[in-house]
Design a protein around this ligand. Structure first.
Ligand SMILES: [Ca+2]
Length: 71
C-alpha cells in the first residue's frame, strides 16, 4: 500500500469525530481500544508544528512519511 494511503487510512481511523484533525485525546482513545501503545505521545506532540495539540491531515501525513510509517 502507498504510504500516503496508509497514513490517510490511519488518520481517518483515529479521527473519530471526523472534524479533520486528530487530537491527543483521539490518539489516547485509540491506544485504549487497542490495548497497546502504538503511538509515542512525545513524537505526536513534536509533529504538531502549529502547537495547538491537534494534528491535521497534512501535519500527520508529513509526520508519517518522515517516520516511514513508524508512528
Ligand atoms: Ca477529530
Amino acid at each position: 500500500m502507498d504510504p500516503r494511503d496508509e497514513a490517510t487510512a490511519l488518520f481517518d481511523q483515529v479521527d473519530t469525530d471526523k472534524d479533520g484533525v486528530t487530537t491527543l485525546k483521539e490518539w489516547q482513545d485509540r491506544e485504549m481500544s487497542q490495548r497497546r501503545n502504538p503511538f509515542d505521545l512525545t513524537k505526536f506532540l513534536s509533529g504538531d508544528r502549529s502547537g495547538d495539540r491537534a494534528i491535521d491531515r497534512e501535519e500527520f501525513l508529513r509526520y508519517y512519511l518522515r517516520n516511514q510509517g513508524q508512528v
